[in-house]
Design a protein around this ligand. Sequence first.
Ligand code: NAD
Length: 492
Amino acid sequence: MTAERVPQLIGNSLAPSSGEEVEPIYDPATGETIALLPYSTESDVDRAVRAAASAFPAWADTPVFERTQVMFAFKSLLERDFETLSNLVVQENGKIIEEARGEVRRGIEVVDFATGAPTLTMGTNLDQVANGIDQQLVRFPVGVVAGITPFNFPNMVPLWMIPIALVAGNTFILKPSERTPLSGMKIAQLLAEAGLPDGVLNVVHGGKRVVNALLNHPGVDAVSFVGSATTAKYIYTTAASQGKRVQALGGAKNHLLVMDDAELDASVSAIMSSAFGNAGQRCLAGSVVVGVGNVAEPLLHELVQKADGLRLGPGSNPETQMGPVIREERRKELEGYISEAQGSDAVLALDGRGAGPAEGFFLGATIFDGVTKDMNLWKEELFGPVLSVMRASDIDEALTTLNASNFGNMASIFTSSGHNAREFRRRAEAGMLGVNIGVAAPAAAFPFTGWKNSFFGDLHATGSDAFRFYTRHKVVTSRWFKSSNGPVTESA
Ligand code: NAD
């Protein structure tokens, strides 16, 4: 059976690019090719930008209550196809079905939030700023937005961007990950079914070349990016240097501080899900555990015992507890980090190499103890099921370690002390903080607030930040003369 060629969507045309570059899309749990992805050409990108630009005036002029009607219809279709969408995530990404359902649910929550556009795009006004003069701030859409997304949340991350950008009156070009393009295509198909006019959402495919064509296109007004830190910085500098509005969310190295007054069982279970959920391929994955004081030994023991028992396999099997990593090359890279760390002073407490089914790109849960700040294990985002355990004598030392990281996406503290929690909230240098929570993900009404190399830009994804990112303001200053207040009569 020949694998299906994934189409791109340009205006009302849904057809595969005729470009020569073609990427196989694998099921990471089996290594089988499930689709072929022809990359868009520069001329495809240009056509997509033109389609989005020509759809913009009518869509921007559409009353916001009509734009949100499309989102209400889209929401019903997402609910109708909830299982199909979740299975698609399992198939192209490899995560287990429960995690896939969680991802789709999180995406739908952004659609729910976006339906509040009539309130969230309201302006403000101030009467009588000077004698007889009033001022009014009015929000308008930015124009054509390009959204470039990663492989690890193929459904949710496009949904962080598209619903909010669209209800705010923008048109959009999605460039999904070239490793997981199927969920993005399904989203586009459902939005068309929901009544979105042609050209308001377009989808192109590819890697760096296609991204560059978008970044350098004068018709693209704003860029929303989610991916690794190096790419995020590149996207930010390249697009901003051309006067485009940019938000670029990058990678992470999230620290979980465990105090010796923490509830051990509940903390271990939260850490397990944080470190090994989605095989560690989450920007909110806890990849460093800092055991403070006496808790480090029993904590390590519990983590190793639980991680050793994780059942690896295809995400479609409800018994599976951890799926594969995205590609064979990623597994090899991760194994390279493990081998390198074995030559250091870190102690390999659990070795996941060789675990899981032979077919597919599996790596078992791996834990290093005695990790220190000079090691690559600590410095770099590994983005896989590899957990580093460190020790600290008190909260000050633990916070010093956390704050030395170049990343600042998320951090959590596990404690039963309000004082420790407060110190942590005030002093931890990360944008998303958890207290006795393993994955401290903001709900859609809040922004996704990474710091340091985890974010480049000013206004973050989702929440009120996103509405500000996808709109620009006018401040109108008005004065009305008395003579213009009534009809001019000839006899007066
Ligand atoms: P990636 O940076 O490799 O790719 C992301 C997107 O950028 C893809 O669409 C890809 O085609 C494009 N791209 C890749 N290299 C490029 C280049 N050199 N020039 C231009 N475009 C390029 O990221 P990934 O491997 O798909 O995703 C995993 C990364 O995303 C991790 O680092 C993870 O932490 C991060 N992430 C961050 C968040 C967040 O909210 N901060 C959320 C999800 C994922």
